[in-house]
Design a protein around this ligand. Sequence first.
Ligand code: NDP
Length: 500
Amino acid sequence: MVRASGDVQIPEVLRDKSNLIAGRWVNAVSGETFAVKSPVTGAVLAEVPKCGPADVDAAVAAAKAAWPVWKATPVFKRAEVVLRMAELLRESAETIAQVLCVEQGKPYEGEGLPEVLETALNFQLAAEDVVRMETPIIPMRDPAKRVLTFREPYGVMAVITPWNFPTVIPSEYLGPGLAAGNTIVMKPASTTPLSMILAGRCIQQALDEAGLPAGVFNLITGPGAAVGDYLVAHPDVALIGFTGETVTGEAICSRAGIKMTLMELGGNGPVIVCGDANLAEAAKAAAFGCFYNAGQVCCATERILVDATVHDEFVRLLVEEAKGYVTGDPFADGATMGPLNNEPTALKTELHLDDARAKGAKILLGGARETGKPTGLYFPATVIDGVTKDMLLNMEETFGPVAPVITFATDEEAVEIANMTGYGLQMAVFTSSIKRCFWYADKLRTGNVVFNDSTDYWEAHEPFGGGGGTRSGHGRLGGRYTLDDVTHLKTVAIDIEKTL
Ligand code: NDP
């Protein structure tokens, strides 16, 4: 029974040769490694390969060589293999989730284990959806012609992912990407590669059991600025799936040229609390959105916009809710928030709070790192009132456990503040008026809007992603919608008069 992160046994397979290239578990060509440290305890959990261009070349070559066979594998067979990946992930869910929590920091029961189960679900959904990818037959002016369309995989798909959801975000690309017939080279985030390496073992086992050629799935670790950059620019990579910061996405797009990209980037989601909202529900959902995964979620509640007429009562309720979030070890009873994952995130949170304080905002709860913890990454649930439009808390994604309260006078002003940052991933509105729901749904510039629930609401199979023309990216993750983005439409015209 694991009662603390120190009890988690790091599997032996993570200690050596933890990269997968052409079906073999290997070290970096250079032999170099880097340490993965727990934000919970500060302990080094494992050393993983520090790859470079030679490793990327080998992984891409393996994926390229495997592609013709994997693409030609009948879709029902591919679906069967991807479904087996889901099964194997479920069987290993507890082990993977324990490692995930100790390397990422999130609570095991409420967040880590559910994440791995959702990881498995994403493979299952991809397997179920891919066999129903019907495509149109197009009516033509020429009666001799029959025009059909087919969905084709791109080829080698690069997948680069962040540390806040170490297995579920990769699975949003890997399930559909593989099911649709692409082969993969993936690079997990450098602070959280271990749980994905374990998940990768399940993926490879399913491929081995089916007798498929080596190289359908490859996984390499190493610094994004070197390995990731080289990977996305590689001439044999045809498609890129990336989740991470907006600036990184922009850098990748400029390196990728005309390659197809799916970009799931930053968010700055507001919750808008209207005067007619159920305030208790709104406060509960806002707190959840701010503090779930310690605020390190792309669709976290980054800002709370409150109608001035209900401000005082709402803030009182919000502070009460926030007091219910307690930091601690992911396996400790009563801990509802872990540490932040890394020092840059803690520094950014402090920077945004310092900026707000200097400009006159008032901390009502929390506000500084906790002392007396095993690492300096524990940051308490923080509520800050009197936030204004010019503050970094409003304009930039903070990615920490902070609930910044901004007051508005009219619905028009709420929309102006919500839309002004350029991010547009997921926004939420609390109102009891259906008319207001549709008004806000129309006016908010965002990919997703939630009414009367948290910005942190999603289901695995719904289309999720940045709103058109925003800094939150393009493409859709979730269920069958991703299958469209990881394939291209091939049109086949046949002149039947000229056939036998
Ligand atoms: P980063 O952009 O820093 O890193 C993401 C991944 O990209 C990591 O694997 C990283 O490697 C790699 N990388 C870094 N630089 C480059 C480069 N130049 N070329 C190629 N790859 C590179 O993001 P974070 O890990 O900090 O993740 C947090 C961000 O992710 C937040 O902005 C959040 O909003 C966003 N996000 C968006 C989601 C969405 O669905 N829209 C969902 C979840 C998160 P390394 O780790 O080695 O640096």
